[in-house]
Design a protein around this ligand. Structure first.
Ligand code: NAX
Ligand code: K
Length: 518
């Protein structure tokens, strides 16, 4: 499903109005009717509901004014609190304001100098519903002054709060809270969901999300070539690589894992299991030779390849030992638990330079790249990197806070500059490709914040590439299914005690949920 930011939404609205000729007031009325439908559904058991509608002076306020008319017509007790200067209303919003005026729907007009008296507080306290139509996608600076005071009152006294388009105060693109924001129980977003509705911290303010069709033609949306997406449940099956009746283990790829070091055998084991549990045909593991026996014990189905090492870790020469295996493999998953140091950097540099098949790189593999970023120059194969925000920061010389302030732009910048696919792992993982395509992942839960969880993801993505999925799709689907496996594990075990191994064990069920064989 396509997702947009405020600027893209404005361009789409403009195109529908200017190029197709749908009047703005028609779009606004469609938006109004969608909101009214939700409200009537939510208030159906209350005989004469009290509704207070807060309207700003932009078109979001215009939506609120239209809603006031319909709710008034249906017999509800409506009060409009308008904040701003009615003379500054744009045409469509002014039309709705004038109608409210002529119908004599009770209204209070406030501006930044106004005093919020007890009457207003009482109205909010007594209300069955508060409609938040203060700011939408046009929010352009931090919420302050009387707006800040009203948001505090709404959040404190509001029994049930419905936001139109986006809770006022949330940046529609990044999900940042600009000063203060309404904490809604329900958000009816118009036409297309805005990325800020899915990203932290904004996503915690939206309550239930309803996406309302406001009559913008599909052609107009397609023409915009939006690049942000969310993978919806019903879209997942089309991503899943098929199983063929006439096939053998070679059909589903050979994943070459390079992982582990002394004391870090678990990372190697989880990566291999992740690859197998998502459906890889063969998994082989290159490990420092001193830990080979341990991994042979841990992993029944995996072929282990002991390779040269230095103090229990990979070294420059390790690459010569693993090189013949790379020729037989379909995809490489490298990095989990390999440790750090100059020899690891040399190993990773040789691996990236000589690889002729896609690479999925995580953890210490990423740390090595961060120390010598030039190894990403002139890539000859698709590379998927799966950093968490700290590792992302190291790759870009940014702080973790800077990465998290605008994760989508961060991912886009890095993917474009280095021609890689990125999976920025966080509570809302972002997957991006060099073309600027973005997926915001919707699965997963805090139980997945546990050691080894990322190793499983590396194995899953590599396992999907092994099954012939293109690396970007593999990163998107792998991230989704990893989160789904985590959700299944949490449903059974609870979030506190679930381990990476549990996530791994639910991967087969996660993929089974969506696979439709022909
Ligand atoms: N055709 C369209 O463009 C449609 C737009 N729609 C609505 O229009 C909204 C966007 O309308 P606008 O672009 O007018 O923007 P908004 O309604 O979000 O608000 C912009 C107004 O608020 C002021 N403002 C911004 N931040 C402020 C702050 N922190 N403190 C005080 N004032 C601030 C601006 O100066 C401007 O007057 C959407 O979110 C949606 O609700 C819908 O009616 C559907 C159709
Ligand atoms: K709003």
């Amino acid at each position: 499903m396509k997702v947009c930011n405020g600027k893209e939404m404005r361009q789409i609205d403009e195109a529908a109005i200017q190029k197709i000729g749908i009047p703005g007031i028609v779009l606004m009325e469609n938006a109004v009717l969608s909101v009214v439908k939700e409200i009537k559904k939510d208030l159906q058991n209350i005989s004469k509901p009290n509704v207070v509608i807060f309207c700003g002076q932009g078109n979001n306020g215009g939506d609120g004014l239209g809603v006031a008319r319909h709710l008034h017509n249906s017999g509800m007790d409506v009060t409009v609190i308008f904040i701003g200067d009615p003379l500054l209303l744009k045409e469509d919003s002014r039309t709705n304001f004038n109608i409210v005026d002529k119908l004599q729907i009770p209204k209070i007009i406030l501006n930044n100098e106004s005093f919020i008296d007890d009457h207003i507080v009482n109205l909010i306290e007594k209300s069955d519903l508060i409609v938040d139509a203060i700011f939408g996608t046009g929010l352009s600076k931090p919420v302050s002054g009387i707006f800040n005071d009203l948001v505090n009152l709404i959040n404190f006294y509001g029994e049930y709060i419905l936001s139109i388009d986006i809770p006022s105060g949330i940046d529609s693109e990044t999900g940042a809270i600009l000063g203060n924001a309404v904490k809604a129980h329900k958000t009816v977003t118009l036409a297309l969901p805005k990325s800020g509705l899915y990203l932290y911290p904004g996503t915690e303010y939206i309550g239930e999300l309803v996406i309302a069709d406001i009559g913008i033609p599909k052609e107009v949306i397609d023409f915009a070539q939006l690049k942000m997406n969310v993978l919806r449940e019903e879209e997942v099956s089309s991503f899943i690589p098929p199983r063929f009746p006439r096939s053998n283990k070679g059909t589903y790829g050979r994943v070459q894992v390079i992982a582990g070091s002394k004391g870090m055998t678990g990372a190697a084991a989880l990566t291999c299991k992740g690859a197998f549990k998502i459906g890889a045909g063969l998994v082989s593991l290159g490990v420092p030779k001193s830990i080979n026996d341990v991994l042979e014990e841990k992993l029944t189905e995996v072929i282990t390849i002991p390779i040269r090492e230095e103090d229990g870790k990979l070294c420059r020469e390790s690459f010569d030992d693993i090189k013949p295996c790379l020729d037989k493999a379909t995809v490489i998953a490298a990095g989990p638990g390999i440790g750090q140091g100059p020899q690891i950097i040399e190993f990773m540099e040789r691996l990236i330079k000589h690889a002729r098949i896609p690479l999925v790189i995580d953890a210490d593999g990423i740390n090595a790249i961060a120390k010598k970023i030039d190894m990403l120059r002139n890539l000859k194969v698709p590379v998927v990197l799966t950093p968490h925000p700290g590792e992302m920061g190291r790759l870009m010389n940014k702080s973790t806070e800077e990465v998290l302030a605008n994760p989508i732009d961060t991912v886009r910048e890095f993917c474009h500059k280095w021609n890689v696919i990125l999976v920025l792992k966080d509570a809302k993982t972002i997957v991006g490709d060099p073309d600027g395509q973005i997926y915001i992942n919707m699965t997963g839960n805090p139980g997945m914040a546990t050691a080894g969880s990322g190793d499983v993801l590396t194995g899953i993505i590599a396992g999907l590439i092994g099954q012939n999925l293109n690396p970007y799709k593999a990163a998107v689907l792998g991230t989704f299914l990893h989160g789904k496996a985590g959700d299944l594990a949490a449903a059974e075990l609870g979030q506190h005690g679930m381990l990476a191994g549990d996530i791994c064990n639910y991967v087969p069920k996660a993929i089974k949920l969506y696979y439709q064989s022909n």
